[in-house]
Write a protein that binds this ligand. Structure first.
Ligand code: SAM
Length: 508
């Protein structure tokens, strides 16, 4: 109930958010109404109150009076209770049965007690103890264990991701740093991403060269900017073969190590004169002709956080006036979350630096022990090519967003430990990729979400809105985000995190 949460929150505050403080929830016979809406993608987890999903729940007390009776007299749970118990299992929450035995299912007859040997005593304490009746709560335990066995097997993608749950990683900086071979290998395992790029390029080629002009049209020119070790180059070649369109392409890459692998791949796969490699930063490269399409994958978990906008703005001069960018646009999303575990992980990173530093850094993370407290809202959108009206006008990639969130459960207070960030992108036409939960591309594993922490968690009062603001700012050398809670919930406020990029930035 609301009172329960307030009690927990007060206790936790008084204990200074101590990481060893945790919760046992009572799963009552009457469950509160399921929270409205939902961001999708949560499966059974949606059955749980999101406020508790992000809290350190270690055990759930399940009383025997929460059980129904099936037609054979055995204890069973309502569908809602089943969903709650399944969701608890996926969170590694221990289920504790308690109460009187209220069911008397038919029991198999007890096997006859073995006759005591003449020498043995009759108290059965010599290892030949008399068979005993099972524990009175055994039928309830049996049912819970049946629910556990019924859990769907994890998909390959879930299995691969399970080791990364709630693990905070610094976002990659593929522009400022040169990625390692192992990082490219991880990217290249995600066939879904490359198949989707292939579909986007196929759709573009079909639009560019209609069927009736296939024989007479000149080859389409593609420019792959940020080719890495070539998986999207290969997807473009497959798209040309699949559509029967003539095509030649340039592959630009600035990481010298990746270029070596790219060269080897070009030779091994006989790309020949269909692909010209250019080892250069796309912002300064000088390819010999302009392209019909600029193909790139420079996206981070928050869409623009690996500086795709700045790179593509620098590269769009290679594009013909009617050329297109693949992706055509991308949008980031934010949502307030309860995430005590992530907050504790940030606190544990403190290393003698300014104590704000680790709380003013966004982290890439496979969000797991997290409750989504409100539906996410679109944050920043970038469209390419980005040619501002007025010709030479400077492109301004700074952004500001102000969001007023309504709680998914307006009757309940919650603790906000930060924000989850996601992105969607429209590669071409209606071909999209997404890590935004309601539209997540199935089985795509290339990106986890991003977590923006709040140094001091905010109590979000029941029935009130929560106002937050995000900024994307930058100067000639770097780009950064700032974020804050700026109102609602009884005037809740936090300081502006990462003001002026003092704790975290992305190098240009
Ligand atoms: C996210 S990786 C994607 C690589 C590849 N497309 C894939 O899917 O495996 C981005 C690549 O773009 C390259 N890159 C980033 N900024 C660049 C720039 N300004 N000029 C050239 N390459 C760049 C990086 O070195 C990296 O190889």
């Amino acid at each position: 109930s609301g009172g329960g949460f307030a009690l927990w929150h007060a206790l936790r505050e008084l204990c200074g958010h101590h990481p060893r403080l945790c919760i046992a929830l009572e799963v009552s016979a009457e469950l509160p109404d399921a929270p409205a809406g939902g961001d999708g993608g949560g499966g059974a987890v949606e059955a749980l109150d999101p406020r508790w999903l992000g809290e350190p729940v270690r055990a759930a007390l399940l009383p025997t009076d929460a059980y129904l009776t099936n037609k054979h007299g055995y204890p069973t749970l309502s569908r809602r209770h089943q969903a709650v118990v399944s969701a608890l299992f996926t969170r590694d929450v221990q289920v504790v049965l308690h109460g009187d035995s209220l069911h008397t299912p038919p029991q198999p007859p007890l096997p006859a007690a073995p006759k005591p040997e003449p020498s043995a005593g009759s108290d059965g304490k010599d290892g030949q103890s008399a068979p005993s009746r099972p524990h009175p709560l055994e039928p309830y335990r049996e049912y819970i264990s049946y629910l556990y066995r019924k859990l769907p097997a994890p998909s390959e993608c879930e299995l691969a991701e399970s080791g990364y749950r709630d693990y905070l990683q610094s976002p990659l900086q593929p522009l400022a740093d040169n990625l390692e071979s192992a990082t490219y290998e991880t990217f290249e395992r995600d066939q879904i991403k490359y198949d989707t790029y292939q579909s986007a390029v196929e759709a573009f080629l079909r639009d560019k060269v209609p069927e009736e002009r296939v024989a007479s049209a000149p080859p389409v020119v593609l420019m792959m900017v940020g080719a890495g070790r070539g998986p999207i180059v290969a997807a473009c070649l497959r798209a040309a073969d699949a559509t029967g369109r003539r095509m030649r392409m340039y592959a630009i890459e600035k990481n010298p190590n990746a270029v070596v692998t790219l060269q080897r791949r070009a030779e091994a796969e006989g790309w020949g004169d269909r692909v010209t490699l250019i080892a250069s930063d796309m912002r300064h490269a000088a390819p010999p002709e302009q392209a019909d399409a600029l193909v790139s994958e420079l996206l981070g978990s928050f869409g623009d956080n690996e500086l795709s906008p700045e790179c593509l703005d620098g590269a769009q001069r290679f594009l013909k006036p009617d050329g297109v960018s693949i992706p055509q646009e991308y949008t980031s999303y934010v949502a307030p979350i309860s995430a005590a575990k992530l907050h504790a992980a940030c606190a544990a990173l403190q290393d003698g630096k300014d104590e704000r530093t680790h709380f003013e850094t966004p982290y890439v993370c496979k969000l797991h022990s997290v409750g989504l407290l409100a539906d996410s809202q679109p944050c920043f959108t970038f469209t390419h090519p980005n040619r501002p009206a007025g010709g030479d006008a400077l492109i301004d990639n700074r952004r500001h967003g102000r969001f007023v969130f309504a709680a998914r459960d307006p009757a309940a207070a919650a603790c906000v430990h930060g924000f989850a960030g996601y992105f969607t992108t429209r590669l071409y036409g209606d071909v999209t990729l997404s890590i935004h939960p309601p539209t997540h591309t199935p089985e795509m594993s290339s990106w986890f979400a991003i977590y923006f922490p709040l140094q001091h968690p905010v109590l979000w009062r029941a029935g009130e809105p929560l106002e937050c603001q995000f900024w994307r700012d930058g100067d000639a050398r770097r780009v950064w985000y700032e974020w804050a809670v700026t109102g609602g919930s009884g005037g809740a406020l936090t300081h502006i995190h990462n003001c002026g990029g003092r704790s975290y930035d992305v190098g240009l």
